[in-house]
Ligand binder design. Sequence first.
Ligand code: HEC
Length: 106
Amino acid sequence: MNTITAPALALTLAFLAPAALAAAPFDKGDANKGKATHEKQCAGCHIGRFGGDGGKIYTRADRRVKNASALAQQITTCNAMLGNNLFPEDELHLAAYLNGQYYKFK
Ligand code: HEC
């Protein structure tokens, strides 16, 4: 039993450790693409509610998003409200942009 599980565990850890150390949760997204999409499709509505450049929605003290998966979820929710059917990769780019600019989740 141990002869099988021990190498399997070692292998799992070898793969998991670098992933855990890797920088950002959305590092496969392109923040520049996300920024462009954000300006076109997202900022307007947030500005209408929060003024300024709309960025306050992400930095207010009682902001809703508390971790990376909540960020991905909220982007999907806002995208659905928008009815614009962004592709999953667009959502990933948006997440990369918002996380880099505002949330800084590791
Ligand atoms: C139709 C208006 C509208 C559009 C368009 C919109 N949002 Fe939002 N968004 C909101 C509102 C309203 C909230 C705040 C919800 C709350 O506080 O309960 C929000 C909140 C958020 C939050 C969470 C902020 C926090 O508190 O941490 C994120 C992230 C977000 N939106 C991303 C996006 C992205 C990305 C897009 C473009 C794809 C987008 N939104 C488009 C209305 C919109």
